[in-house]
Design a protein. Structure first.
Length: 338
């Protein structure tokens, strides 16, 4: 049985799916999954570390950026005291004959910096193993890849850390880039839920700025009221059938009227977002529908979705739930007013 090796691979944000397919093709039998932080993949390959690195180094790739060999996953907290936990699985990996450098990349919110980690781990390993710190030409590199409360750690030959030029820099031709990638989300949602928006429809778009959803919806409906205290993109603000209401969703005035469709892509805790949808249900016409994005603020996705739908049941029915390709870090809920 071949030894399994594990890697953190950086890829262009938004191209995670394409990168996954590229890696799986080059490394058959590998398991590749995304993290909650875009542009990062975890790769578990049924091949030795050096073989994987050589394969990726020699292959013509479009999406592979940095490749960091790691060995273990450790649960940590956001507190500085957690740094010491990273040291424990590393101390047996170096000896007095080795020179090393510590490389840390941290994603998330912590009470310590990447530099704090590198300094503390470097001092602990130097004192415990007798290995020499060498920041210019280290024989070994201590790899620390931190994703909020998860850390991937390992010690590897420095030559096994791979840096490649990414062949894809932009997803759109010059001048064709959408206002935001959210445009793709609402287009996919409309198709996935088979929503037929009529030219006589009025739409209320909550959390609209900078206007990706509003732009798409305005091309299909009679009017779109875009609710957000922030500015809309100038291209959206100039669309004749768009009205920008500069306020928070919970501050929408009672005399705003009624709508055939309410959309909600607000970056809020799902329960709070659902409460606002219920609050505004009186502004949805009889038979009207709504689309809401459920943002996963923790890893407990099922809990967030369940709580949101339980709240929404006070005003809506006929729920349909989908994980869409363009918002795989979220869940989209379609519903009809009771």
């Amino acid at each position: 049985m071949n030894p399994e090796s594990m890697f953190i691979v950086t890829v262009p944000s938004g191209f995670e799916l394409e990168a996954k397919k590229e890696i799986e093709k080059l490394l058959p039998g590998s398991k590749v999954r995304s993290t909650f932080f875009k542009g990062n993949l975890i790769v578990k390959a049924p091949y030795p570390e050096k073989q994987v690195v050589a394969k990726l180094r020699n292959a013509e790739t479009l999406y592979v950026g940095h490749v960091y060999p790691v060995e273990e996953k450790i649960k940590i907290s956001a507190e500085k005291e957690s740094i010491a936990k990273l040291y424990l699985p590393l101390k047996g990996k170096l000896g007095p004959q080795d020179s090393f450098a510590v490389h840390c990349r941290r994603r998330g919110t912590h009470n310590f910096s990447s530099g704090d980690v590198e300094k503390e781990i470097g001092n602990l390993l130097r004192e415990a193993t007798g290995a020499a710190v060498n920041l210019k030409t280290p024989k070994k590199t201590v790899v620390l890849q931190i994703f909020q409360n998860q850390a991937f750690v390992g010690v590897t030959d420095t030559e096994n850390i791979l840096v490649k030029n990414v062949g894809v820099q932009r997803k759109y031709a010059k001048g064709e880039r959408p206002i935001t990638r959210a445009e793709h989300k609402i287009k996919e949602a409309i198709e996935a839920f088979n929503l037929k928006i009529g030219r006589n429809w009025d739409v209320l778009d909550l959390g609209a700025a900078p206007g990706g959803w509003t732009k798409v919806l305005s091309s299909l409906a009679r009017t779109v009221v875009a609710v957000d205290p922030a500015d809309l993109d100038a291209r959206v603000a100039e669309i004749p059938n768009v009205v920008h209401l500069r306020c928070r969703a919970e501050e929408v005035p009672d005399d705003i009227g009624c709508f055939d469709l309410v959309t909600n892509d607000m970056n809020l805790d799902p329960s709070e977002s659902a409460k606002i949808m219920v609050q505004l249900a009186d502004h949805v016409r009889e038979g009207g529908v709504a689309i809401m994005t459920v943002k996963f603020v923790t890893r407990n996705r099922k809990k967030h979705l369940t709580e949101a739908i339980e709240t929404l049941k006070a005003a809506y029915k006929n729920f349909k739930v989908k994980r869409l390709r363009h918002n795989r870090y979220e869940t989209t809920v379609f519903m009809q007013k009771i």
